[in-house]
Design a protein around this ligand. Structure first.
Ligand code: PRP
Length: 209
């Protein structure tokens, strides 16, 4: 049995479709609120977790592998193998704010984000001293309520920004899902994991060129 941690929501839905393409079916996915599901051939178990917790389950070895956004890997730098990118979970990490908000030439900036490490590294690279405010969601509120100059956040369709009168000011990084594996599992379960990973890899890969 291979145990795989998947971020609940869009990534899990897209991953379940990928698994179907390689003949692994979860017929009860989305039918109930179960958090652990087994495929019809009893070979793979998916564990549905909060996105930012995905690497924690893999790092601790309770899941052999996981599918997680590059955003979370960059932010938390978990001790797992990052094996290959997948063609799902595509979006961009951006600096956003009110149109015309200046970034260049600033000495300091206040930024709200779920990704304060990514934000700090980015502003450091520009030589701007940043004050970071860590939020766990609805980050767009920060500039609207004048709590920060900008936000550093994921932009997928741009709808949330548009509907809140904000814009992309800078693109920091392309984000996509990455297949990660627990270091011990890769050795201990190699014979089971290898064919599964090879099949997934054969699907059209995204991310790194
Ligand atoms: C993410 C992100 C943006 C939004 C971007 O939030 O933080 O708010 O999605 O997507 P869009 O460009 O397609 O509008 P999420 O939906 O995960 O909710 P959260 O604010 O609770 O983190």
């Amino acid at each position: 049995m291979i145990k795989i941690a998947l971020a609940k929501g869009r990534v899990a839905s897209e991953a379940v479709k990928l698994f179907k393409e390689i003949g692994i079916e979860f017929s009860d996915y989305d039918m109930n609120r179960k958090l652990i599901l087994r495929d019809s051939s009893n070979q793979v178990e998916i564990v549905l977790v909060k996105p930012s917790d995905t690497p924690i389950y893999v790092e601790n070895g309770v899941c052999d592998c996981g599918i997680v956004g590059k955003d979370i890997l960059l932010e938390d730098n978990p001790d797992v193998y990052r094996l290959f990118p997948l063609n799902i979970g595509k979006c961009k990490m951006c600096v956003c704010g009110f149109k015309g908000e200046r970034i260049e030439g600033r000495k300091t900036i206040t930024a709200a984000s779920k990704f304060t490490n990514i934000a700090k590294n980015y502003f450091d690279s520009l030589g701007i001293k940043s004050k970071l405010i860590k939020l766990n969601g609805s980050v767009e509120l920060a500039p609207l309520l004048n709590m920060s100059d900008v936000i550093v956040d994921i932009v997928e369709t741009g709808t949330t920004l548009r509907e809140n009168g904000l814009d992309v000011l800078r693109e920091i990084e392309d984000i996509y899902s990455v297949f990660i594996v627990n270091k011990a599992s890769l050795k201990m379960k190699h014979s089971k994991l290898k064919p599964f990973m090879n099949q997934l890899k054969k699907l059209k890969l995204g991310g790194e060129k």
